[in-house]
Design a protein around this ligand. Structure first.
Ligand code: NI
Length: 264
């Protein structure tokens, strides 16, 4: 079984065929999906999708790109949404110093407030960290009761070791299949099997040789194959342990995604 721990089916890229695509995922071997939000509206859509599909779970949060637009009332909305039984995490939240769509100080404040929300609700966090490694780590360290995942991990091996010591998970997607993937193989080789997770970040980051096309969870086996090659183990093994890790981190019942639990 495969667990896609990060896919954005609320994205407008799926406007035309969302239901057909999502309902077809189990038949393509994708047993579980976690759909994070990127603002209040997309978090609501993620929750609506989770209501509709038994195998799809949601996270709610405001992405650093949207931090500049965040209002105090948004935190209240996120708090309300986080009480829903299929909201398993706060995310995606974090810092993006590559695009800098929002001022850094505002990004940091928005990130801290949502880490506090995760702590308060005893939920894990899904972190987006682009070119902001030091500040991300500093904020993560200031919330020792919060665990979570650095999604699309792009930091150094040294930072990975620190995060693993703090009890965090790392997830990887199609970016590791790109020719310019530099640091990820080293981290993937080093990582203990019980902290690694798979994701697509659909509709973005479609793995080679489909790079450039719209991504969806059906491409997840290509990510598993890339990891299997790096670790020199069978891809089925990667699929199995990464799915178990996702269930454990997000508190998803162990029978979820198996055939006996039904699809609807
Ligand atoms: Ni994302």
């Amino acid at each position: 079984m495969y667990f896609d721990t990060h896919a954005h089916y609320d994205d407008e890229a799926f406007q035309e065929d969302r239901d057909a695509l999502v309902s077809g995922l189990p038949a393509r071997g994708i047993s579980l999906v976690l759909n994070p939000g990127s603002d209040v509206s997309s978090s609501r859509q993620a929750v609506a999708l989770a209501d509709r599909y038994s195998f799809l779970y949601a996270a709610v949060g405001v992405h650093p790109h949207e931090a500049g637009q965040m209002e105090a009332s948004d935190l209240e909305r996120l708090q309300e949404l986080s009480c829903h039984s299929k909201v398993m995490a706060i995310g995606e939240i974090g810092l993006d110093y590559f695009y800098n769509y929002s001022p850094r100080e505002i990004q940091k404040e928005c990130f801290r407030r949502q880490m506090a929300l995760a702590e308060q609700n005893k939920l894990p966090a899904i972190i987006h960290d682009r070119e902001a490694h030091a500040d991300c780590l500093e904020i993560i360290r200031s919330f020792p009761n919060v665990r979570g995942v650095l999604h699309c991990y792009s930091g150094s091996l040294e930072m990975a070791k620190t995060l693993l010591d703090l009890g965090w998970f790392l997830s990887f997607n199609g970016a590791i299949t790109f020719k310019n993937a530099r640091r990820a193989p080293e981290v993937i080789r080093y990582m203990p099997a019980d902290r690694l997770m798979l994701e697509t970040d659909a509709p973005y980051l479609t793995p080679t040789p489909y790079r450039g096309k719209r991504n969806d969870s059906g491409y997840l086996p290509l990510v598993a194959q890339a990891i299997a090659q790096i670790r020199d183990i069978p891809a089925e093994e990667v699929a199995a342990f990464t799915a178990e890790n996702g269930k454990r981190l997000f508190g998803i019942p162990s029978q979820a995604g198996t055939r006996s639990s039904g699809l609807f």
